[in-house]
Design a protein around this ligand. Structure first.
Ligand code: ATP
Length: 317
């Protein structure tokens, strides 16, 4: 087969805790990640010439070698030069639906889709674990995006343990179109302001384990209890994003006024999500927030949590 179209879901963070510094310069993390229905479409086509081409319909997404989808194809070409020779280069076209620079892993999920798609197109027969190992070279969120569902992520975010699937959450997402937050900025600012709270090397494994507070959230997910999940949402990066951008706090307050099960910023932001009590409640939250914050730059989406990671998109699906 010479062409594939993949669905590439975004993610939210139900839990994000920064534990400390790592010798590799990244942060030691404890995160709970959840795939969402809001997805990009990634089209892959063999082009028979020795090239990788990327196009995207979103003006803020680069079409050059800095695109994570391009980097994923380059990594595959490097790892499997015979397949790249045999099947030729690849054209990658991205239909962007996930907002950019939003804390929803839009770039990471595109990279993940290219790894999965080229494995199929080049008949490599890689396992999910093989693909995730390659994905970790591209970015910390890429391994999660490949598998999707609900998972706890430790290390710099690439060490994954699957959790029972939480595909029953009704979600409303909000983001100002003209506001993006750079992930490196968020972590750098957090380090500047909060490194005195980090566990130190001398605390050892036990000290690190005692520091992680994600246990109650894991239990709430295991019992598939959306009310508890809503109460236990946590994101350390709110401590730097909210003081820098007051509109995020205003958006959280507008969601909170609609009586959701919980409301939180996702990842490094600025997207805010609310967990609704039902599909009808989600639609009502969307309408109420639209009415209370009538800014044309504010985009709102109703979606659901999903158990799916990268998968083949069939026409009309
Ligand atoms: P994360 O949640 O993983 O931290 P994010 O959702 O905050 O990521 P992205 O949407 O991935 O952020 O975009 C961050 C930057 O990455 C963009 O400003 C863009 O220049 C660059 N980028 C590279 N490739 C892509 C891609 N395929 N899609 C979106 N952005 C990309």
């Amino acid at each position: 087969m010479q062409a594939y179209t993949l669905s590439a879901p975004g993610k939210i963070n139900l839990y994000l805790e920064i534990i400390g510094d790592r010798p590799d310069g990244f942060h030691e993390m404890a995160m709970i990640l959840q795939s969402i229905g809001l997805s990009d479409r990634v089209h892959l086509k063999s082009i028979g010439v020795d090239q990788i081409r990327v196009t995207c319909d979103h003006p803020l997404v680069p079409n050059d070698s800095s695109n994570l989808a391009y980097r994923a194809a380059a990594l595959m070409a490097d790892q499997f030069p015979e397949a790249f020779q045999r099947y030729g280069g690849v054209a990658i076209a991205i239909d962007k639906h996930i907002p950019v620079g939003a804390g929803l892993a839009g770039g990471s999920t595109n990279g993940a889709a290219v790894l999965v798609g080229l494995d199929l197109m080049w008949n490599l027969g890689l396992t999910q674990a093989d693909l995730q190992e390659l994905g970790a070279q591209l970015g910390s969120d890429v391994p999660f995006c490949i598998a999707g569902g609900t998972a706890i992520a430790t290390g710099r975010g690439e060490v994954l343990s699957p959790l029972p699937s939480l595909d029953c959450l009704h979600l409303v997402l909000g983001k100002y179109r003209n506001l993006s937050i750079s992930t490196p900025w968020a972590y750098k600012t957090y380090r500047q302001q909060f490194s005195h709270t980090y566990v130190s090397e001398s605390d050892g494994i036990q000290g690190r384990q005692q520091r992680v507070h994600s246990g109650p959230m894991v239990a709430a997910i295991a019992s598939r209890n959306p009310e508890e999940v809503g109460k236990l949402l946590h994101n350390d990066l709110e401590k730097v994003a909210l003081p820098a951008h007051s509109v995020i706090g205003d958006l959280k307050a507008a969601f909170a006024a609609c009586n959701p099960l919980g409301v939180m910023m996702s990842g490094s932001g600025p997207t805010v999500f609310a967990i609704a009590q039902s599909a009808d409640h989600a639609a009502q939250i969307q309408a109420n927030v639209r009415a209370s914050l009538p800014d044309p730059n504010l985009e709102l989406w109703v979606t659901q949590s999903t158990a799916s990671g990268i998968h083949i998109a069939y026409p009309g699906a």
